[in-house]
Design a protein. Structure first.
Length: 78
């Protein structure tokens, strides 16, 4: 099982990529793993919206059957 993690704007810059495939079983595990692999994300991940197939979920959500996890930093403007 793998899920595609997509990073946008400042999150992509911090991760050094706009997407990667991950195999962690829960959203909490993905959060911990991406910060371990991309330490610069540690400073912004808590402020990002993290969506699982387009919907916000708690960190304990299992990722079986999930296609995308999107990491969206806060956006400014109107």
């Amino acid at each position: 099982m793998s899920v595609r993690v997509r990073y946008f704007a400042a999150a992509a810059e911090a991760a050094g990529t706009d997407a990667e495939d991950r195999t962690e079983p829960t959203l909490a595990a993905v959060r911990a793993a991406v910060v371990a692999d991309h330490p610069a994300l540690g400073g912004i991940l808590d402020r990002c919206a993290v969506l699982v197939d387009g919907t916000r979920h708690d960190d304990d959500v299992p990722l079986d059957g999930v296609t995308y996890v999107d990491v969206l930093p806060p956006f400014a403007g109107g």
